[in-house]
Design a protein around this ligand. Structure first.
Ligand code: FRU
Length: 478
């Protein structure tokens, strides 16, 4: 495939119906997208850089692709900013973060290198920019400390007081996942203070062989560590995806470089959510975007590869803490994409699946309020590939999807004491379900063979709902 990186590459897919491409979620014009990188609000614009293989729909190389937005809902695809062509990053410009310093955007990323012997090397690198639209590489600023394998990557940098801090996702030589902690006064000389969290630390047992994409920030007076551990075993309704992304709430002690924390909670209970990254928005709110995908997936059989692209991002979410739990809500700006409102103030749901006037579509948002509680099971079907259910006797909320290219149904579940509202974003082949104002979230890709865009409701017992639906405007500009 001959790709001109200066130009958007939609022409490669122009001749084929691109039937699974979302309309308001960031997707790559061609190639593979994974982690969000360098998420930042800089000089009046949001930047979401991302892991991008522009040449193939696999993970064989990584550039930093780039989206910008003035408002968090309309995203422009820009020219790629980092290419893997130097001695310190030639096998991939891996994930990292961005900060602002003295009017410059400074990005930190992992230079991934496979040397002549086929061994992995890792370099934490810096790149700078005046306008955020192109990055000047400055090369490595941090070499691999002792005690870790070369699975050492994904630097996240922030400032507290006058000092800069960095955390990096690692694997120790004992093959345990941990987060390494560094500080610096000038962004180029970094002091290593050892790990602050990981397997066998702070009361945890073994907790995976590698921790990727760490992020540490404070919210409402508490410190939150987000991380994507690999190697956890499924336990009941927890950890059912191949890899997880979740958080610890705790307290970061910058004096003695320790982080004391509670238990690990998954951020998203659906099928496709990984490597989330946060930043502070223009209004001071803590925002999150994540890859709506999963590493080591069967890319060869993925339905969108016929159109030369694969994967996408979640919509931006705003974080808050309530009763020691992280809540995620769609950012308020998403309401600007709403058009053509349809509202049913009170509909009664019965045992047979039923469609309500105007409540359908493949690029929509819905708000569903539960008006009565006298029901046993509530069900909602989206096309023939997704079913959402809540059983009020067992308190199990579930998302069932038909696995693509098969007749197999897969389920993800969580316990929910009460269901009062659902805010659902459907976008052609993606669904994100925000439950009870963001108490739990389920994100998933799904693919249906027919062009069914129905939304159907049923229940056991008596249930009435208020349903509001909007069509969503297209908001991704390639
Ligand atoms: C997470 C991850 C990161 C790495 C990047 C490479 O999905 O494996 O640890 O930097 O993807 O694309």
């Amino acid at each position: 495939m001959n790709i001109d990186l200066e130009k958007p590459m939609t022409h490669l897919t122009e001749n084929k119906e691109d039937r699974y491409r979302p309309k308001y979620h960031m997707t790559p014009p061609v190639g593979l997208l994974n982690d969000p990188n360098g998420f930042i609000y800089f000089k009046g614009k949001y930047h979401v850089f991302y892991q991008w293989n522009p040449f193939k729909t696999d993970h064989s190389t990584k550039y930093w692709g780039h989206f910008t937005s003035g408002n968090l809902y309309e995203w422009h695809h820009e020219t790629s900013v980092l290419a893997p062509e130097d001695w310190f990053d030639h096998s991939g410009c891996y994930s990292g973060s961005a900060i602002e310093n003295k009017g410059n955007l400074i990005a930190f990323y992992t230079g991934n290198v496979k040397n002549e012997k086929g061994e992995r090397e890792t370099y934490q690198c810096m790149a700078t920019s005046k306008d955020g639209m192109s990055l000047d590489k400055k090369g490595p600023i941090l070499h691999l400390p002792d005690n870790y394998t070369a699975h050492f990557r994904d630097p996240k940098v922030w400032k507290k007081g006058s000092t800069w801090y960095m955390i990096v996702g690692t694997q120790t030589k004992e093959e345990e996942g941990m987060v390494a902690f560094f500080s610096s006064e000038n962004l180029t000389d970094w002091e290593h203070h050892g790990p602050i969290a990981g397997s066998y630390m702070n009361g945890l047992d073994y907790f995976g062989y590698m921790w990727e994409c760490p992020d540490l920030f404070s919210l409402s007076g508490q410190d939150i560590l987000i991380v994507s551990p690999q190697g956890l075993e499924a336990k009941g309704d927890k950890y059912n995806n191949l890899f997880q992304s979740g958080y610890f709430i705790g307290e970061m002690n910058y004096e003695d470089q320790t982080f004391s924390h509670g238990t690990f909670t998954e951020l998203d209970r659906g099928f496709d959510f990984y490597a989330p990254q946060t930043t502070i928005g223009s209004n001071g709110k803590r925002l999150l975007v994540a890859w709506m995908g999963m590493p080591d997936e069967d890319e060869k059989n993925h339905p969108t590869i016929d159109n030369c692209w694969i994967h996408g991002m979640t919509i931006p979410r705003e974080l808050s803490i309530m009763e020691d739990k992280l809540y995620q809500k769609p950012v308020e700006e998403m309401t600007c994409l709403r058009t053509k409102e349809v509202r049913h103030n009170k509909v009664s749901i019965s045992t047979d699946f039923h469609e309500f006037d105007g409540i359908s579509g493949n690029s929509i948002e819905m708000v569903i309020d539960i008006l009565s509680k006298d029901y046993e099971v509530f069900n909602m079907r989206v096309s023939d590939a997704i079913q959402v259910s809540y059983d009020s006797s067992t308190n199990i909320f579930s998302l069932t999807r038909r696995k693509y290219h098969s007749e197999i149904d897969e389920v993800r579940e969580c316990i929910l004491e009460d269901l009062s509202s659902l805010n659902i974003f459907i976008d052609v082949s993606t669904i994100e379900i925000f439950i009870n104002g963001g108490q739990e979230v389920f994100s998933a890709r799904y693919f249906t063979d027919n062009k069914d865009s129905s939304v159907l409701f049923s229940c056991e017992g008596e249930l009435s709902l208020k349903i509001t639906k909007w069509d969503m405007k297209n908001s991704i500009i390639f």
